[in-house]
Design a protein around this ligand. Structure first.
Ligand code: ADE
Ligand code: ZN
Length: 339
């Protein structure tokens, strides 16, 4: 039997931090552009520093790396590089997270970043038909008032985004800290997503759904520790944007083979496969699909189903979902006709 062609399998990427796609080569190029000194002497040294035991050890480096992102042109170049690579790995639709609060001190506004990312998305859509949407995320380690200032900027241009997310250091910063902020997000008609159950307990997943109104959970891998919640989320079909290589590299599981994804599927959860921060974690979406196939023994038929589920779990408009579903169906039909 022929293996499923994972590269060309049409899929959506729903959990991707654009600042986490900053490859060391671009980091050095931007540092030179802006006369910034990096803590490493060369690209190889930087890449060697990309070893993390915990979410926080990664985040410290992730925020340090962002220092080189200074202008609209930087964000446009970053997004163009990611979108081209993702499209080459079969991504037909991507939803890009970004952290406006982390750039404010450098004098770059939400509007500058969002317009630059949208410009890149439009270029790639015209070139390839791949669609992209933007989701600014609230930094949960800061207080709600700081997030509210970001939201004020977002709500001046809500047409630029499809929703608002919640990310950064999870433990000690429960979703309930941001109840008022996400009520404003929902009142503005925007979607709510939240990182929950990455390092934090299952109750953070419950809070994200019940108190913030999240309709998609980022990571959610600790959900199996709560059987009742697992059943509720499975019954409701709430998508979980799982990032297997990220969880392994950040210490969530000892080996890829120990990752809970197969058990999440057995529990009937609506799982999708994503990359999170592919430069730092050293796997783009294809590497994540390959890890699920090779280290977790998930069958190709199931991988194809997960790719379709990712398209259906996206916030793309009905017309784009239909277009991408059709691409997926054509791809699957072609596979059937091969000897
Ligand atoms: N920001 C970027 N990557 C993240 C992750 N995996 N968890 C929380 N916040 C993040
Ligand atoms: Zn993430």
């Amino acid at each position: 039997m022929q293996l499923l062609d994972l590269v060309n399998l049409p899929k959506a990427e729903l959990h991707l931090h654009i600042e986490g796609t900053l490859e060391p080569e671009m980091m050095f190029a931007l540092a030179a552009r802006h006369g910034i000194q990096l803590p490493w002497n060369c690209v190889v040294e930087a890449r060697e520093a990309f070893r993390f035991g915990t979410l926080q050890s990664f985040l410290d480096l992730y925020y340090a790396g962002m220092a080189v992102l200074r202008t609209a042109e930087d964000f446009r170049d970053l997004a163009l590089a990611y979108l081209r690579r993702a499209n080459a790995e079969g991504v037909v639709h991507a939803e890009l997270f970004f952290n406006p609060q982390a750039h404010r001190a450098k004098g770059i506004s939400f509007l500058t970043i969002a317009r630059a990312l949208k410009e890149a998305a439009d270029v790639i859509e015209a070139e390839t038909g791949m669609t992209s949407l933007l989701i600014p995320c609230v930094l949960r380690h800061l207080d709600e008032a700081d997030g509210m200032r970001m939201l004020d900027e977002v709500l001046e241009h809500p047409e630029l985004v499809v929703g608002v997310g919640l990310d950064s250091s999870e433990v000690g910063h429960p979703p309930s800290k941001f109840t008022r902020l996400f009520r404003r997000v929902r009142d503005a008609g925007l979607n709510v997503v939240a990182h929950a159950g990455e390092e934090g307990p299952p109750d953070y997943i419950r809070q994200a759904i019940d108190e913030l109104g999240a309709t998609r959970i980022d990571h959610g891998v600790r959900i199996l520790e709560d059987a009742e919640l697992t059943q509720k989320v499975a019954r409701a079909g709430i998508p979980l944007t799982v990032c297997p290589v990220s969880n392994w590299r950040l210490g969530g599981c000892a080996t890829l083979a120990d990752h809970p994804l197969p058990r999440m599927l057995d529990a009937g959860l609506n799982v999708t496969i994503n990359s999170d921060d592919p430069s730092y974690l050293q796997a783009y979406i294809l590497g994540n699909y390959e890890a699920v196939r090779n280290s977790m023994g998930v069958a190709d038929a199931q991988l194809a189903t997960l790719a379709k589920a990712s398209i259906d779990a996206s916030f793309a408009c009905g017309k784009d979902i239909l277009k991408h579903e059709n691409a997926w169906m054509r791809f699957m039909d072609k596979g059937k006709s091969r000897p």
